[in-house]
Write a protein that binds this ligand. Structure first.
Ligand code: INI
Length: 171
C-alpha cells in the first residue's frame, strides 16, 4: 500500500493571493495570516503576488486569470461573506465556492477556498487571529500541501516504485 501526501516546503514556489476588499477588516487579517505562513515555509516574498478584488463574488474570475498565466503553483482566494438580512449572502457564498472549485478543476492549479462565511462580524474576527486561529494561514497550508502532492503525482517514477513508505516531496 502507498500513501502520499504533500509536505509544507515552499522553496521555489510562486503563489498568487486573490483577496476581497469587502469586509476589509477581516480580509486584511486573512491576508496577513496567509503571507506569514507562506514566508515562514520558505516562499520568497518576491514570489507572492497579491490581487485585490471588490468582493468575494469577483474572486473566481481573477483566480482563473492568474491560473491561466501558468506563472503560479497555487492560487489562494481570501474573502469574508457575512450574513445580512437578504438572500444576497447565499448567492455570493454559493457562486464564490462553485467558481473557485471550477478554476481548480479547469486549470489543474490548486485554487484554495479561503473564504469565511459567518453570521456575524464577531464570528469572522475570531477566525482571523482570535481563539479560532487564522483561516488565511490554514488556506496557505492547504496551498503548500496541494502543490507538493500534485508534484509527486506528476513525478510518475515515485508512484511506480513499490513501497509502503509515506512519501513527502523534497524541493
Ligand atoms: N461581498 C463580500 O465579499 N462579502 C459580503 O459579505 C458581501 N455581501 O454581504 O454582500 C459581498 N457582496 C459583494 C459581492 O461580492 C460583489 O462584489 C458584488 O455583488 C458585485 O458583483
Amino acid at each position: 500500500m502507498k500513501h502520499i501526501q504533500g509536505n509544507f516546503i515552499g522553496n521555489s514556489m510562486s503563489v498568487a493571493i486573490v483577496v476581497s476588499k469587502f469586509n476589509n477588516l477581516v480580509t486584511q487579517q486573512l491576508l496577513n495570516g496567509a503571507q506569514d505562513c507562506l514566508t515562514q515555509h520558505g516562499v520568497a516574498s518576491a514570489n507572492i503576488t497579491v490581487a485585490w478584488v471588490p468582493g468575494a463574488f469577483e474572486l473566481p474570475l481573477i483566480a482563473k486569470k492568474m491560473a491561466l498565466t501558468r506563472h503560479f503553483d497555487a492560487i489562494i482566494c481570501l474573502g469574508a461573506v457575512i450574513q445580512g438580512e437578504t438572500t444576497h449572502y447565499d448567492f455570493v457564498c454559493n457562486q464564490t465556492a462553485s467558481g473557485i472549485s471550477q478554476v481548480a478543476l479547469q486549470t489543474d492549479i490548486p485554487t484554495i477556498f479561503g473564504v469565511l462565511t459567518t453570521n456575524t462580524l464577531e464570528q469572522a474576527l475570531t477566525r482571523v487571529g482570535g481563539k479560532g486561529g487564522n483561516k488565511g494561514w490554514e488556506a496557505a497550508l492547504a496551498a503548500l500541501q496541494m502543490r507538493n502532492l500534485i508534484k509527486q503525482i506528476d513525478d510518475k517514477h515515485i508512484l511506480s516504485k513499490p513501497t509502503n513508505k509515506v512519501f513527502e516531496t523534497r524541493t
